[in-house]
Design a protein around this ligand. Structure first.
Ligand code: ZN
Ligand code: ZN
Length: 358
């Protein structure tokens, strides 16, 4: 079958190969025919080495498709079921799961060193234990979450990562209050989802910050009240908050430099939410004085910062009711063979989300 493979970390192009085999089927496992997958910024970060990932590997972790077959002991699924791929499956039994913080369950990472694919006698890994830039993938049953029939595959794929991450940052982690002032730094698919979450919660002002004009324009369509380039943020802060700083600032880039900017633009006593996925060796610097004296709350948000399956259900309910726009997040569509085009659109910031239809 066909899959897009990165041979070595640091390469910037994927090769579409047709001799890849999905391996690991057995008890507790599910084989999925992928129908749609989004390109998320974390895929690029894994390719470049910012996020740790063994190679060669099949990127992609934001996908949806149909179940082809289920292994022994899999009771919640059958062949033909429509599913979203969850890259952070909850075991249901660990301390984090029992607290309802399934986004912190590490069970899925136990398989991270196990290859999901094989070709020409060589092991091929899947990104984050999944790997969705492929026709088929075999995953733990917990990674296959059934979706209602009215949710199309392209929308379901978005729920698998970007939308859950961005919306959850506003609704779960920040638990944003009505009337507040908000800045969102980084307005790709995740940042735009945060903008929508802030709008849902009744934020008075939502300032979208992004160097790419197309993304700023998109942010305004999705509910931002202003959209500025990074160098205009200081002016926006002055105009919106009289220089005090925003009640909430969301860092949706994953770099210490933007996190520092976000910290400085948060008001004293306000909340900085760190959503971007950053590197192991990129350190955010804060002085002990400012940390204690300014009492800014720093809240990291992993995969929406809440119970993952409940977040999926909430997203579907909001989408069905027309309260959030998910169709509008898909700005480009390509077949698997157009994957390089998708990578280019992500790197240049011309796409909010490119949907790869398989
Ligand atoms: Zn668990
Ligand atoms: Zn992602």
């Amino acid at each position: 079958m066909r899959a897009a493979v990165l041979h070595e970390i640091g390469q910037d192009k994927l090769e579409i190969l047709d001799d890849v085999e999905a391996v690991g089927f057995g008890p507790g496992r599910v084989r999925i025919r992928i129908r749609a997958t989004g390109l998320c910024h974390s895929d690029l970060s894994a390719m470049s080495g910012v996020l740790p990932q063994p190679a060669p590997f099949v990127p992609g972790h934001e996908g949806a498709g149909e179940v082809v077959e289920v292994g022994e002991n899999v009771r919640h699924l059958k062949a033909g079921d429509r599913v979203v791929v969850c890259w952070l499956p909850a075991c249901g039994a660990c301390a984090a799961c029992k607290r309802g913080q399934t986004q912190l369950c590490l069970a899925g990472f136990m398989n991270a060193g196990t290859p999901n694919f094989k070709r020409a006698g060589q092991d091929v890994f899947g990104f984050a234990g999944t790997g969705t830039f492929t026709e088929e993938v075999v995953v733990d049953a917990g990674c296959a979450v059934p979706i209602p029939d009215d949710v199309p595959f392209d929308i379901a794929a978005l729920i698998g990562c970007g939308v859950t991450t961005g919306l959850g940052a506003a609704l779960n982690t920040a638990d944003l209050t009505a009337g507040s002032s908000v800045a969102v730094i980084g307005c790709g698919g995740v940042g735009i989802s945060t903008v929508q979450g802030a709008r849902l919660r009744g934020a008075a002002e939502i300032v979208a910050v992004d160097p790419v004009e197309a993304r700023r324009e998109a942010a305004l369509r999705f509910g931002a009240t202003r959209a500025v380039a990074p160098e205009e943020l200081a002016d926006a802060k002055q105009q919106v908050t009289a220089g005090e700083g925003f009640d909430y600032v969301f860092e949706v880039v994953g770099r210490s430099a933007t996190a520092r900017t976000a910290y400085e633009n948060t008001r004293r006593g306000g909340t900085l939410v760190v959503v971007g996925a950053g590197a192991l060796d990129d350190h955010l610097r804060l002085s002990m004085f400012e940390l204690f004296f300014d009492e800014k709350r720093i809240l990291p948000s992993l995969y929406g910062g809440g119970d993952v399956l409940r977040s999926y259900e909430r997203t579907i309910a909001l989408w069905r009711a027309g309260r959030i726009d998910l169709e509008g997040l898909i700005t480009h569509r390509v077949p698997l063979s157009g994957i390089d085009e998708a990578l280019e659109q992500m790197r240049t910031g011309t796409a909010l989300r490119t949907c790869i239809e398989i």
